[in-house]
Design a protein around this ligand. Sequence first.
Ligand code: COA
Ligand code: AMP
Length: 633
Amino acid sequence: MSSNFTKIYQESINNPEKFWKDASEDIFWFKKPTKILNKSNPPFYKWYEDGTTNTCYNALDLHIDQGKGAKTALIYDSPITGNKSKFTYEELRSKVSKFAGALKNQGVDKGDRVIIYMPMIPEAVVAMLACARIGAIHSVVFGGFASNELASRIDDSKAKLLVTASCGFEPGRTVEYKPLVDEAVKQAQHKISKMILFQRKGHEVKLNAPMEISWDEAHANAKDTDCVEMNSNEFAYILYTSGTTGTPKGIVRDIGGHIVALKWTMKNIYNISEDDIWWSASDIGWIVGHSYIVYAPLFKGCTTVLFEGKPVGTPDAGAFWKIISDYKVKSLFTAPTAFRAIKKEDPEGKFFSKYDLSKFESLFLAGERADPDTIKWAENLLKVPVIDHWWQTETSWAISSNCTGIEMMKTKYGSACKAVPGYDVKIIKSDQTLAKPNEMGDIVVKLPLPPGTFPTLWNADQRYKENYMSNYEGYYQTYDAGHIDEDGYIWIMSRTDDIINVAGHRLSTGAIEEVLSEHQSVAECAVLGVADKLKGQLPIGLIVLKAGVDKDNESISKECIQMVRDKIGPVAAFKVAIVIKRLPKTRSGKILRGTIRKIADNIEYKMPPTIDDPTILDEIKEDLIKNKILKSA
Ligand code: COA
Ligand code: AMP
């Protein structure tokens, strides 16, 4: 007899239109869609194309209409500043509808792009929802990115307005946003017409009117503003993510499919109901933050926690337990690196014993591979299921997971469980044939992708098609490699492109190489992600100098490290640049990055038959030992 999960999964694959029509009944539509899926122009599929709705209406107004306006929508807790507050659905709508009016007063209209570069404060959520309310397309940029990255997003999105704050707080340092924004605005070719800045108490900065106005000034004369009716296929947001080059990809999200899919996931994947308290410890600048701090929990009508702090150091390794206990959190979603950080600081869980976690039911991990050691440590401590699930910015929700709201499945340590309803996941081998169980290959998803996934890239249909949909006809290429076992469990083993995952943050080694190549003494370079116990991976740079450079290597390394911090941002965590004599290459000139990575991670490697000079590998080994990346044998 097939299980409940298998039955639901099969329904979603055999008859996706019926499955997603049923799910769409759960959201508010101004006009219900009569066309569920348009497949006429692959790979550009359209979900709910004649439906009209509004993202903000589904996140706030719907619940108020249903009599739940007094329920807490958002809990803000900032151990870093000591501030805490709660907002009911009614209060949050009031703030959002006023800020929507403020945006309108500044000339922002349906379809205009608004960049949001803010720390983890309620005003950031208000700004996102206010854009959704008036049909503007937001693009949130993570605060750990430098001016250069912000400028490239301003240029690509051609944003009309930028919303920011005077500063963010990192443990031990204040991140002054204004100089970073000023530099980005200066660098960008496209000129924004207005900046709205939220002044954080005690950290007010000077503004240059009339182009720059404060959050409070923007509210003068702002009227409450209603939700506009949007076509389901118009865009809710753009979220830029690392591509294989320095040019980030603008992942876009359409409106109707996003609401339907995310609302569906709350119960089915996470087993969260309207009366539950949910917490995603991520940042609104990442996809996890978009989907699971802001949108999905609010679509569901439950309570979501916005946490401005870190797993350790704000003030201690008990910070997560305190939030769970104070607010009676049912489930937490974060990256494995956060748990590795807690485990490192408090391996015996001494802080844990101080708190009451009796309401806590499950922990979800994603963003990078969850190592079995960390999962087992968390299970032992928390005594709840710890669930590794796999997803990407491109999809906005999990491709594989234990769907705990449908049926709790057994854990296989190291696997991200089974494909979620909606995703027909396959493995394709290098000979282009479909893999049998346990055979490794590229992980692909059969088209069409379910609702809520990216319908295209911002202003780059061709790049979408070529990058993701062309290598395997009829499939979406995830750029992850792995296998599916005989029970249908998916094992994600590595990326097949140059993306690395540093503390759950997605980075392109190609983008870091582009920065290093700009250094006047650098002839060529290779950046690779090496295994790191805390952050999963860390980037290291190997640089070869131009002939005749007489500067000392240490100064050049320092300059390179600073350049990456200035151009990409502190989030790159780029702290190692090693000057070497030469890079190992194939006879045709391709740098053997895979082999160097294996050497750095101390993994056995085969001598590549095409290498131009095998002795270079020994040189590299010595350099890595000298720089403490590799221990001597
Ligand atoms: N604004 C500005 N700078 C930021 C920032 C932000 N929002 N977030 C991080 N940074 C900076 C940090 O201050 C640090 O700077 P430093 O080089 O001056 O120390 C740098 O970027 C690297 O940050 P991070 O990778 O976060 O490392 P960390 O050592 O500060 O903290 C962890 C390590 C594990 C505690 C931290 O990575 C963490 O909390 N991870 C949780 C995972 C997560 O949220 N993932 C998101 C996807 S689910
Ligand atoms: P992002 O778009 O930032 O969410 O990063 C997506 C990438 O992170 C995926 O393509 C994977 O390489 C990796 N990833 C996310 N979740 C997992 C997981 N549970 N296991 C292994 N890798 C993961």
